[in-house]
Ligand binder design. Sequence first.
Ligand code: LLP
Length: 426
Amino acid sequence: MHFFEYKNHQLHCEEIPICEIAEKVGTPFYLYSYHTLVRHFTVFEDAFKGIPHLVCYSAKSNSNLALLRLFVNLGGGVDIVSGGELYRARKAGADPRKIVFSGVGKREDEIEYALKTDILMFNVESSQELQVINEVAGRIGKKAPIAIRVNPDIDPKTHPYISTGLKQNKFGIDILRAPMAYRLAAQLPHLKIVGIDCHIGSQLVEVDPIIEALKRLKQLVENLRKEGMEIQYLDLGGGLGITYEDEEPPHPVEYASTILDEIKGFGCTLILEPGRVIVGNAGVLISKVLYIKENEEKRFVIVDAGMNDLVRPSYYGSYHQIIPVKEEVREEIVADVVGPICESSDFLAKGRKLPHLRSGELIAVMSAGAYGFSMSTNYNSRPRIAEVLVRNDQMFIIHQRESYEDLIRGEEIPEFLMPESGRGKA
Ligand code: LLP
């Protein structure tokens, strides 16, 4: 469900025709619908009402400050994976007691920053990390709240690049070794065990693997309790999928009710870390068709957004629906929609059936709110594009398009390379 619709044959975001926004900000740009974001967060949050819970929005899916603030205003916490995301969460006004810190490679400075911020808990992914957190906490006179991220060895049935809970994945501590890690944590003086965590993968379209993971976690919690360890928080991670093409993921209400059935009365506060399901379908990428090019075999629609702006199709072979901003009856074509980047993998769609597109017109790449801007880069020295938020008939630029000056910020040419420093000297 989202608020991108044709009205009078023009694609609108809420009440604004997208062509008007394009005129003001230029192309390409990301566009988010405020009411879609609110709706997605609220539906998800409300679905877990029956039990003590905390929804920590996964910042990596879209870390724009305005979006973070919006979810903070709705009572959300934040799931972070770096010092940078912690900084953003704080700038957005997130309550530190609602921040969870995941990730296999936390640096000491990041650990220290999080400890000083008094976050809710660290989701720890190795025994060595436990030791390091203990050392840092001891050094600065704190007790670090920790959960162990358990790898339950479950096939989430998603793209191999985004499955994380299998033995061959780098994430978490093998469920069989987890009790040892907990015992170690219990002995380390500057750690406090508060929870257990897992995240088995992303874009999950079935709820069964999540429930299976939850069952395995519960079993482990029961064993830990027998050993006298208190597990206050059970963090199930994120991962709920969305419809990009014809996938039929469970609705958040169905997802929640299955989880609730399994966890009610277990005595833990449930933490969830949704990203994609909140922002994915609340954002689109708007781009302009530059050229149409044909040869005997193929037709290419060349647009002004590239893999540096939206990498998902190139990286995962992901499908994103592409529609023209102007709706009209047209013949159908089959084409590759490609960007300006000097890589053959720079495409937004391959062999796609599309309405006959013309150069100069606008297209909308749908479902681009998650892992769109946040994975964008400056490759080919392309300034990162603008982000716009629409609420009813008002638009807000929530991220200025980068300038050429932004591109070279921080770069320096050493003195010896400058002609005036004496070219030709040995
Ligand atoms: N929690 C943890 C520990 C995670 O690793 C992730 C995502 C999430 C929560 C949020 O997952 P979500 O609810 O968004 O599925 N770039 C890929 C997705 C990578 C997901 C990484 N981890 C893509 O574009 O599909």
